[in-house]
Design a protein around this ligand. Structure first.
Ligand code: SAJ
Length: 433
């Protein structure tokens, strides 16, 4: 086992793999990035990026131009392999929310032929408990000539660990370096090797545990946040029912030294918090009752917001006799899953806009300063993309979905007398949505 890693291969050059590859390369380590998508590979080899993340373009451009980062579609030999591929859902015995580890399987099978004794393989993808052991089994099956920790313990040729990523989209480069890292080796020597690798750039603490605990730790962190957001979302619905301003309520309650309620919103989006809790539910369906309930509360919020928008349209109609719904323009502000990023994966804003496009007969305008066109999932819907100014000018009903800074700069006087459904509490009008 080398003390230093001369070359590192990262499989999956997405939101986690690419920044990780770039940061290793910035420490003058040779990085081979592997992705099945040739378009992604070509983009990176030109020194460009295919995702938006602050400062990442600069770090990738430098890494590629200095020769430390190169992308390819086929794995090549390296001293360490990091697997950072997606783990989406698949249907299973109890519903549609079971972890799909197919990408981990194909990534591990693709690195198996280039493995050599002394290599380290790390699973970074968010994974169900047991996935690292499963990955080790796939590797062992493909390479009977090498030994693995599950059969040879500390004397194995290959070291294996799970080290989940924990970085916040929008702050990835800073958090990659500063956050503590959970290192779940299959044996203590596996953990030591992984710690040595991450210590090349991680300034936070590398805390050692076993692979299963590391897997559960990542799922727990995101479930904790989901449950807490569900509490805020449930409060917002209760407060609406009781005629109380939830934003004011939360500010007041948070003055208690041991209370720290999160913010309600239109629902929970992104590829992590809306997904990972289901992995726990899928593996322990009879016991993960609160975690499941939080998912259901958060998933039901978009529909509730749609009903509030429909209610606002009806109120306008009641106030002006003869006004038909098809003469009422609704403007939605924002499509991304949270503020100040372009990422629309699992975005509740997208779901709300889609339902409104199908159920509201009048004009539906959308402003999203982080996108130049509608995401694929909304193509073909009856939606007009406009600038923020136009969205406000033409609106009868404004629906605030994403609290981008540029939207927060809009003053209440600009909104004037237009009806407002503010799911993020940006304007604190006393509305409780
Ligand atoms: N949200 C609210 N109210 C809040 C906070 C968030 O409605 O008070 C919503 C956001 O609008 C968004 C969703 O929750 O739709 C998730 O946003 P987020 O900022 O909470 O989290 P992500 O998905 O961007 O990143 C999370 C982080 N996990 C935790 O904070 C525990 C990050 O550290 C993880 O690395 C990331 O998931 C991941 O990759 O798993």
């Amino acid at each position: 086992m080398p003390n230093t890693f001369e070359s590192i291969s990262i499989l999956g050059l997405g939101y986690i793999g690419l920044p990780t590859a770039a940061v290793f390369a910035s420490r003058k380590i040779k990085v081979i990035g592997v992705d099945v998508n040739p378009h992604v590979v070509d983009t990176i080899n030109r020194g460009e990026i295919h995702i938006i993340e602050p400062e990442l373009d600069m770090v990738v451009r430098t890494a590629v131009s200095e020769g430390y980062l190169r992308a390819t579609t086929e794995p090549e030999p390296a001293d360490a392999f990091l697997i950072a591929v997606p783990t989406p859902f698949k249907s299973g015995p109890t519903g549609p929310h079971h972890p799909n580890t197919d990408y981990i399987e194909s990534a591990s099978k693709s690195v198996a032929p280039v493995l050599k004794a002394g290599d380290l393989v790390i699973l970074e993808s968010t994974s169900p408990v047991g996935a690292t052991e499963q990955m080790a089994a796939w590797l062992a099956e493909a390479r009977p000539d090498l030994t693995f920790p599950q059969t040879h313990g500390e004397s194995s040729d290959i070291r294996i660990a799970h080290c989940p990523e924990r970085v916040l989209p929008g702050q990835v480069l800073r958090e990659l370096i500063q956050n503590d890292r959970v290192i779940g080796g299959m044996t203590p020597k596996c953990s030591d090797a992984a710690t040595r690798l991450y210590k090349t750039f991680v300034q936070g603490e590398c805390v050692i545990t076993n692979a299963r605990t590391a897997e559960m730790c990542k799922l727990t962190e995101n479930s904790f946040r989901d449950v807490n957001i569900a509490f805020a979302n449930e409060l917002s619905v209760v407060c609406d029912d009781l005629g109380i301003n939830v934003w004011e309520l939360i500010k007041l309650a948070n003055r208690h030294p041991r209370v720290n309620i999160l913010q309600p919103g239109p629902g929970v989006g992104g590829h992590c918090i809306a997904v990972d809790p289901w992995f726990i539910v899928s593996q322990s369906p009879d016991h993960a009752r609160l975690i499941r309930c939080a998912r259901e509360v958060n998933d039901s919020k978009p529909k509730w917001v749609v009903d509030k928008v429909k209610g606002a349209v009806k109120t306008l109609q009641a106030a002006r006799s003869g006004l038909t719904a098809d003469a009422v323009a609704i403007s939605c502000l924002g499509l991304s899953f949270k503020a100040n990023i372009d990422d629309t994966r699992e975005s509740p804003a997208v779901d709300i806009v889609r339902i409104l496009a199908r159920e509201h007969s009048g004009p539906l305008l959308v402003a999203e300063p982080y996108l130049s066109s509608l995401p694929d999932s909304l193509l073909g819907e009856r939606i007009t993309m406009v600038t923020t100014e136009e969205a406000i000018d033409r609106a009868d009903v404004i629906v605030m979905l994403v609290d981008h800074q540029s939207f927060k700069n809009i003053t209440l006087s600009t909104i004037g007398t237009r009806a407002l459904v503010d799911t993020r509490g940006v304007w604190q009008t006393g509305e409780t949505q």
